[in-house]
Ligand binder design. Structure first.
Ligand code: C2O
Ligand code: CU
Ligand code: CU
Length: 578
């Protein structure tokens, strides 16, 4: 242990010394466009440190992942083939889609198999990302290299004068700090993340034209937050956050970004040709309590190794920008008015619920900063649904951080507006549509959101801390969205419409639907997973119907699965005695 520590410190010294040379060209992940995306999760080795082969993961390669560019309104299909030696999942962080295609811990892709989620892009233009989300495996798979950007485009964004030539004046900036052991193998569950990458490149430099450039900042780190700015306190304009462009652009000199968060900024490099500017982390300015600041905890609690990490509470360069000649059609102005937003009115709120973060008992000062952490007293369990939300409801979620470390809270399915932090409206950079919010120690944050479009009585969505180590240790819960407006389950998804009625039923359920599949299989299970009934149907002119006998079944809940060639629908049915 002692030896390891000494060696890693000397590596830090080496890295810091060579940092200013920034000798590696920033990798710009290839952009994939269209409506069908073939993605292959792969493993292999990558030479990140000369003389070392580091085992890594990637999508369509062995390190990092392509950028997916999709359009609002398009129906997209992702064919994800798992060529890893282990099972994984792929989650579309921030996208509003059915829970069965969300890629959370329940949508496991086994080795050698293909998972093909298909959904309509419903989000506004913004920067999203995709990454694995396996049960207790998120940190490992993300750290090993699986993280990619998703750019959503729409008409409102296209109407603005903004830089949008990918890789030229519109640059993905995926910032990640990672830890390595002495053999340069990627390490997790450690505080030794002393190597900073942008798009998988260490000590990167970017040649950027002398005009307005757009940086799509994404913090894909396990734990570290950054307070970003530029050398000379160069001002920049914030135009968008997690899930959309802002109403107006805001001039800033710093922006704080927690794991999972995204910000789009514009930097005006007009007239700066041949200058060198650094995107820097101002870690000295991070408030204590945030992972990445000098210190977490106020009652003497410690995370082993935290204070030994020289990046904590330190200022350092993230990306070197060398300004080159402008392009032939440069953007030279920064728009002030962007895309107007109208947050959900408080008067429309149906329910307020509270999420309390506390360490696993018995709570000690160490546990207050180190965890494992619970949400409302619960640790994540694959088989438990923690919250049930009604489709169409507007809710306020109140996040109460009873611990001594900041947690970036993330919710799947929806985006939200932050209402207040300890009763005070959020700073400008946290207004607009978000899906991650950093909750400081002892703070209370309230956000408002609406659960529209996707009800599924069985397959849950997740909410969790986006510090991946906390997530893996159980700081996550699940919720289902249920459609309570009718007893008839009318379930629609892409190529199949299924109606099962009546529900509850005393004698039989009628199953009817439309599909473009040539074959449909209807199977009834009890809650223990025991098969009670199965029937194969051949749709005629795209229509199918059958009845499922309920007569002899005990009163209670059952699960009906309807498989087409393309998808599986799962419905929860109730046998009643009336
Ligand atoms: Cu970015 Cu549930 O994750
Ligand atoms: Cu997510
Ligand atoms: Cu956390």
């Amino acid at each position: 242990m002692k030896l390891l520590y000494t060696i890693s410190l000397s590596w830090i010294a080496l890295l810091c010394a060579s940092q200013s040379y920034a000798q590696n060209t920033l990798y710009i992940p290839p952009a994939l466009t269209g409506t069908t995306f073939n993605l292959s999760a792969q493993s292999g080795t990558t030479t990140l440190f000369s003389g070392f082969n580091t085992p890594t993961y990637g999508i369509n390669g062995t390190w990092m992942a392509p950028t997916l560019i999709i359009n609002k309104g398009d129906s997209v299909t992702f064919n994800v083939t798992n060529n890893l030696p282990v099972s994984t999942t792929i989650h579309w962080h921030g996208l509003h889609l059915p829970s069965k295609w969300d890629g959370g811990p329940h949508q496991i892709i086994n080795t050698g198999s293909i998972w093909s989620p298909r959904f309509k892009v419903m989000n506004d233009a913004a920067t999203f990302w995709y990454h694995p989300h396996g049960d207790k495996k998120t940190e490992l798979h993300v750290s090993k290299g699986m993280a990619g950007m998703i750019i959503v485009k729409d008409a409102a964004e296209a109407a603005l004068t903004l830089p949008r030539t990918y890789g030229v004046d519109d640059i993905p900036v995926i910032i990640q700090s990672k830890a390595f052991d002495v053999l340069k193998q990627i390490a997790i569950a450690t505080e030794d993340d002393t190597t900073v990458f942008v798009n998988g490149t260490m000590q990167p430099y970017l040649n950027a034209p002398a005009q307005v450039i757009r940086l799509r900042l994404l913090n894909g780190s396990t734990s570290r937050s950054f307070k970003l700015g530029f050398t000379g306190n160069l001002a920049f304009s914030l135009i968008g956050n997690d899930a959309g462009l802002l109403d107006t652009s805001t001039t800033l000199t710093r922006i704080q970004i927690a794991p999972g968060e995204r910000y789009e900024i514009l930097l005006n490099l007009t007239g700066k040709q041949s200058q060198t500017i650094y995107l820097k982390n101002f870690g000295t300015e991070l408030t204590n309590g945030i992972h990445g600041s000098a210190q977490v905890g106020t009652t003497g609690g410690m995370i082993p190794g935290y204070v030994d990490n020289k990046l904590n509470g330190a200022d350092f360069n993230v990306l070197k920008i060398m300004v080159t000649a402008p392009t032939s059609t440069p953007v030279t102005t920064i728009p002030t008015t962007l895309v107007p937003k109208s947050p959900f009115p408080i008067s429309s709120v149906n329910k307020e619920r509270t999420f309390l973060f506390l360490p696993e008992p018995p709570s000690t000062p160490d546990k207050m900063v180190e965890g494992p952490f619970l949400i409302n007293g619960n640790s994540f369990d694959m088989n438990i649904v923690n919250d049930t939300v009604k489709l169409g409801h507007t809710e306020i979620w109140k996040l109460v951080n009873g611990t001594e470390i900041a947690h970036p809270f993330h919710i799947h399915d929806v985006w939200f507006y932050v209402l207040d932090i300890n009763g005070v409206p959020p700073p400008l950079y946290e207004r607009g549509k978000k899906d991650v919010i950093l909750v400081m120690p002892k703070d209370t944050v309230r956000f408002i959101t609406k659960f529209e479009d996707f009800a599924d009585p069985i397959v849950p969505f997740m909410y969790h801390c986006h510090l991946l180590h906390h997530e893996d240790e159980g700081m996550m819960g699940s919720f289902i969205v249920v459609d309570s407006t009718t007893s008839v389950k009318n379930y629609q998804q892409d190529n199949m419409i299924v109606k099962v009625y009546p529900n509850p039923a005393a004698t039989s359920w009628l199953v009817e639907g439309g599909t473009d599949s040539k074959e449909i299989k209807v199977t009834l299970y009890d809650l223990m997973g025991k098969m009670l009934f199965t029937r194969l149907l051949s749709p005629v002119s795209g229509k199918f119907a059958t009845s499922v006998n309920a007569d002899l079944l005990p009163v209670g809940l059952y699960v009906l699965k309807i498989n087409s060639e393309f998808s599986t629908q799962t419905l929860q049915l109730l046998k009643s005695n009336y």
